[in-house]
Ligand binder design. Structure first.
Ligand code: CAA
Length: 384
């Protein structure tokens, strides 16, 4: 066993760190306040090859490993979790699914520009649509229907809390074709936002990751060609579960970044802020908080990297990605709350960043499977 990163992985980590500090940090408070989508930052991520990091270069990707993806997600999430969730959904829920299960035609037509993050020099990203008003954790209860009409599906229904819902050009939509078959009757369809019958509702006004683009999207009699189904008839639920297993590594890494960002901001503050005649780092109660944060951040990082390494080595990572997600997201929530405490009154106002990290942390315990769902996946896995 060795814990050393390769030269290439270190380069990716440094590139992501520089990008986050130079391009994301300036303006991050304003974008959060105004709920302004970080379009410029996402276009820069596309130029860095970070929108399709693990996709084969033959399909427009960077051909990197999942470990590099975790390193990049951590660095960007330290300062801007709104930008990193956009990157994560495109990489692990959209590009991964198409690369793994798409047809050659789907890869040429959709995966290639999605992995580049651009088409005709314009932003071109994807969204993943599983959640519905009455199907969040209980994902098999899909009400959206994809009626088989011969050479096309007729798509009707509503999808909720969709990351990239307004900015994405392409949607991967889970829909029920044969309700009698339950989870085996669900299909995944590639839908273009510009098609007749697709309606994007207003942007959600969220607690955290406010600059990310979250919408309800409705489908009214949308005609989807059969060639746009991903995988065999009825493969949609398995597709969603397999894709989410990898997605959870991305969100775990996002949570890790929020936690390690909380530690970095707090460490800098503790070295400069004085109280009772000395820098607050010299008070044991603060130093021990930092020690506990550093220990839990490192444990979260090891879980994330182990799961990524298992994925890169063709091993089963279903349990490890859920472990990484539940532990990292709970660490993010705890560490960002400690960061606000260490900053005192300054932590409660926006200029010091940690109140945003605390608000951003919460969603990592909810999306791509709540902490409760991760515990279902882990317990079923270990008890099998
Ligand atoms: N790989 C392959 N197949 C899988 C699988 C996996 N990881 N997990 C389940 N399946 C299969 C099962 O084997 C089962 O098949 P059989 O009937 O042949 O045995 C079938 O799928 C149904 O599975 P379950 O019986 O386990 O289904 P369940 O109703 O008990 O639900 C669950 C399981 C784990 C709770 C699942 O519903 C789940 O993961 N829910 C959470 C959904 C989620 O993560 N949503 C996030 C939305 S996306 C998002 O947030 C993106 C964003 O914008 C950031």
């Amino acid at each position: 066993m060795q814990f050393q990163l390769s030269e290439e992985q270190l380069m990716i980590q440094q590139a992501a760190r520089d990008f986050a500090r130079q391009q994301c940090l300036p303006g991050v408070i304003e974008r959060d306040e105004k709920q302004q989508f970080p379009k410029e930052q996402v276009l820069q991520l596309a130029d860095l090859g970070f929108m399709g990091m693990m996709v084969d270069p033959a399909y427009g990707g960077a051909g990197l490993d999942t470990v590099s993806y975790v390193l990049a997600m951590e660095e960007i999430s330290k300062v801007d979790a709104s930008t990193s969730v956009c990157m994560s959904v495109n990489n692990s829920l959209v590009c991964y699914g198409l690369q793994e299960f798409g047809t050659e035609e789907q890869k040429q037509q959709y995966l290639t520009p999605l992995a580049r993050g651009k088409k005709d020099n314009e932003l071109y990203i994807g969204a993943f649509m599983l959640s519905e008003p009455e199907a969040g954790s209980d994902a098999t209860s899909q009400r959206t229907t994809a009626e088989d009409m011969g050479d096309y599906y007729l798509l009707n229904g509503t999808k909720n809390w969709i990351t990239n819902g307004g900015t994405a050009s392409v949607y991967l939509v889970m829909a029920q074709t044969d309700p009698a078959k339950g989870s085996k009757g669900i299909n995944c369809l590639i839908v273009e936002k510009s098609w007749p019958g697709v309606v994007v509702a207003a942007k959600e006004n969220k607690m955290g990751i406010r600059a990310s683009d979250t919408h309800t999207v409705m489908f009214n009699d949308v005609k989807v060609p059969k060639k746009n189904r991903v995988g065999a008839d009825g493969f949609g639920f398995t597709f969603a579960m397999k894709t989410l297993a990898g997605g959870r590594i991305g969100i775990a890494a996002q949570a890790l970044g929020i936690a390690s960002g909380s530690l970095e901001f707090s460490t800098q503050y503790a070295k400069t802020r004085k109280a009772f005649g000395t820098e607050i780092m010299n008070h044991q109660i603060i130093a021990f908080k930092l020690a506990d944060m550093a220990t839990r951040v490192d444990a979260a990082r090891l879980l994330c990297l182990k799961s990524a390494w298992q994925k890169d080595n063709g091993m089963d990572y279903t349990i490890s990605s859920s472990m990484a997600k539940v532990f990292s997201s709970e660490t993010a929530m705890w560490a960002s709350t400690e960061a606000v405490q260490i900053h005192g009154g300054y932590g409660y106002v926006k200029e010091y960043h940690v109140e945003r990290l605390m608000r951003d942390a919460k969603i990592t315990q909810i999306y791509e499977g709540t902490s409760e769902v991760q515990r279902i996946v882990i317990s079923r896995g270990i008890l099998k």
